[in-house]
Ligand binder design. Sequence first.
Ligand SMILES: C[S@@+](CC[C@H](N)C(=O)[O-])C[C@H]1O[C@@H](n2cnc3c(N)ncnc32)[C@H](O)[C@@H]1O
Length: 219
Amino acid sequence: MKKRETIYRIFGRTLGRTNNKFSIKYYRELLLPFKVYKLSKKEKYILDIGSGYGETTLYLAHKYSNYKIIACEKYINGNFNLIKKIKQNSINNILIHNGNVHEILDKNEKYYFFDKVFIFFPDPWPKNKHNKRRLINFSFFTKIYEYVSHNGKIYIVTDSDLYKRSILNSIYETKHLFKWLNYSKLNLSVKDYFDLETKFYKKAIISKRKPTLFVLQKL
Ligand SMILES: C[S@@+](CC[C@H](N)C(=O)[O-])C[C@H]1O[C@@H](n2cnc3c(N)ncnc32)[C@H](O)[C@@H]1O
């Protein structure tokens, strides 16, 4: 039988370069109060996939205070930062899944738990040989469809031209499942919808790469 680490492996960095004094036991204890157990049909959830340093999660927790925000991220430094901010600001509507979003989906029955799904700057994996590592594709859309509420929305932002093209292709392939709401050139900017700048947003702007926002609505 394949191990959890193999099935739900996420490529990319788990720990920052400078963090060499680190106790996994301490980290696990810190995460405990935020752990995601079985999702409840009585709750309203928003899913934040690849939350990085937690900027999107904190923003969403404030903006949608009647929702539980689930941050999915395996980057330990990012989760440390998020937990620090949650404590400093006494926020009580954030849960953290230290790992792959697919694990949450697979461990819960297919039910429309999520009114909104956020995917800000998914890893673009630009090399051809790494394309399969990308999160967003036809199979992801067909899977997440089962967990998004009717008229629920998916917000995706990327600054990678290659990824934009591949996302557009997947949007086309799943046009019977999701409607692309902001297809006009006039409202493809993150700032048209959200007053938010994540680390990767700032990086993109400094490097003169234009982040594009895709807003999809479940049909
Ligand atoms: C480029 S970073 C973007 C971070 C943040 N959203 C931002 O805008 O600054 C992408 C993050 O997605 C996480 N990630 C990639 N695949 C994932 C998956 N299947 N489930 C959860 N997180 C994932 C990675 O660990 C990485 O930290």
